[in-house]
Design a protein around this ligand. Structure first.
Ligand SMILES: Cc1ncc(COP(=O)(O)O)c(C=O)c1O
Length: 470
């Protein structure tokens, strides 16, 4: 991957970097459907006119955004675009869409007030929303120390919050360690503006990926960074894990805390799937979700822990099937400097919809329980669907997706072949995400979102000529 900190100094170097970037972005468009043609190459290559900043030109993440945008230009709709692309590559939860449309419609009709039409009453998010978020955390995740509105800064989704956080805590070139596989967006959100360096840490497979032993790989990654002269500033975990769909046991959270303390790192816990945990009889011992705010590190380990390093991020995109509302937050209970620095760059959003739901306890409870029931049903259906066709899908207990293993069925052993499979399905109208895009070390996997319509499975069945074998 091209790194921002290795900035080109001459036009020649810059052009060669741009060519490298441009070559990364070719082949992502959807040839069969003539989707969005990228203006990126033509715009920058040899262009003599007004130029963008080197930061923007060399930013390594444009190709990924373009790929996604290309797909979104031709999205499937049962009535208006039945031949469009079905998106199984992004974690969206359509299982509760009718309920939420009805609920949010009512909330908007009855809840709007004059503050909503102004700049609001707090720069870091309205009092109403921050109080509702604090209450939600206190009532659902049992924090050691009660969350108050003063601990919270809101923003337009986790994407923006992570971008702001990264800009606030990391200098260009600083390293942030993340256990692989991990959400592809971290490569974008943590890097694009701060110029930091995401280091994938390859942890063991299966349930060991979320075990305390996974921290051994972090020790090694830390040593390698130091040997390369790179400053390691942060460690990030996503709990529940994306793309593995697993929850972290308490001991592993403690091991993360001790690792962060040992090397004086920021500790970021992305808890965006906190309420999207469901049942899977194949994983009877999977822990329920535990928020990092529920961990009393000093009491539980008997060792010192500087609480100012801990930052939890959350958004309403996933647990409330509301990616489009763009509401997220950071909760940092002991770091006034960080909150102050992020206040300068924070956004304010109109929040009547979510605060109405969070304050309506019976509706909140009913919706989250029903969501859990439907996630259980949809994940079981999807996993069994693949397994009955001779294709394994990993067991999960959280999130809206699962890694599906096409290695045996299609004889895949390289990431090139994995990419070809991805392209083949895209040409057949199904957008998925490659395991490689999530730093999954075994070629031949796709991450499939199971919480959307099942027409997509028919397309996959037809394209790959799948047959029921059991
Ligand atoms: C782990 C994780 N963090 C953050 C995000 C971004 O979410 P948001 O819609 O709040 O920007 C996603 C979206 O898929 C995600 O999976």
């Amino acid at each position: 991957m091209v790194q921002l900190n290795s900035a080109a100094t001459s036009t020649e170097q810059l052009t060669s970097k741009i060519e490298e970037l441009a070559s990364n972005s070719t082949g992502h468009a959807h040839p069969a459907k003539q989707l969005y043609a990228s203006p990126w190459n033509d715009h920058v290559k040899g262009y003599p006119g007004v130029r963008l900043s080197d930061r923007a030109l060399l930013c390594p993440t444009h190709a990924q955004a373009e790929k996604l945008d290309s797909m979104m230009c031709s999205l499937y709709d049962v009535h208006s675009n039945p031949d469009g692309v079905i998106n199984l590559g992004v974690a969206e939860n359509g299982l509760m869409v009718d309920e939420y449309i009805q609920y949010f419609g009512e909330a908007l009709r009855h809840g709007l007030n004059p503050v909503d039409l102004g700049y609001g009453d707090r720069l870091s998010g309205s009092k109403r929303l921050k109080t509702a978020i604090a209450n939600m955390f206190n009532e659902n995740f049992q924090p050691v120390e009660r969350v108050t509105p003063e601990h919270i800064i809101t923003g337009t989704g986790c994407t923006t919050i992570l971008d702001q956080l990264s800009w606030t805590i990391l200098n260009a070139g600083d390293a942030i360690l993340i256990g692989a596989p991990f959400y592809a967006g971290f490569d974008v959100n943590m890097v694009s503006r701060s110029g930091s360096h995401v280091v994938p840490v390859y942890v063991p497979d299966g349930e060991k990926a979320v075990s305390p032993a996974s921290l051994d790989a972090f020790e090694e990654a830390y040593r390698v960074c130091v040997a390369e002269g790179r400053e390691v500033k942060a460690v990030l975990l996503c709990n529940p894990q994306n793309p593995l769909g697993l929850t972290y046991p308490r001991e592993t959270l403690l091991a993360y805390a001790q690792f962060a303390e040992k090397y004086n790192l920021h500790l970021i816990s992305d808890e965006i799937y906190a309420l999207s945990v469901y049942d899977n009889p194949n994983l009877p011992n999977a822990p329920e979700f535990i928020s990092f705010l529920n961990i009393d590190v000093e009491k539980e380990t008997g060792q010192k822990f500087d609480k100012s390093r801990l930052h939890v991020v959350y958004s309403f995109s996933k647990d409330f099937g509301a990616n489009g509302l763009r509401v997220g937050c950071i909760i940092s209970q002991h770091n006034q400097f960080l909150l102050r620095a992020m206040l300068h760059t924070c956004f304010l959003m109109k929040d009547v919809l979510l605060s109405t739901l969070l304050n309506d306890k019976p509706a909140f409870k009913a919706m989250t329980l029903e969501n859990r029931r439907r996630l259980t049903q949809a994940s079981t259906y999807c996993r069994e669907w693949f397994r009955s066709r001779g294709i394994d899908a990993l067991d999960t207990v959280a999130g809206h997706f699962m890694l599906v293993d096409f290695r045996k069925h299609l004889n895949i052993s390289t990431f090139d072949q994995e990419r070809q499979l991805w392209q083949r399905l895209l040409d057949a109208g199904v957008y998925t995400a490659t395991g490689g895009g999530y730093h999954w070390k075994h070629p031949g996997f796709l991450r499939i979102t199971f919480s959307v319509n099942q027409e997509s499975l028919k397309r996959i069945e037809k394209e790959l000529n799948l047959k029921v074998v059991s």
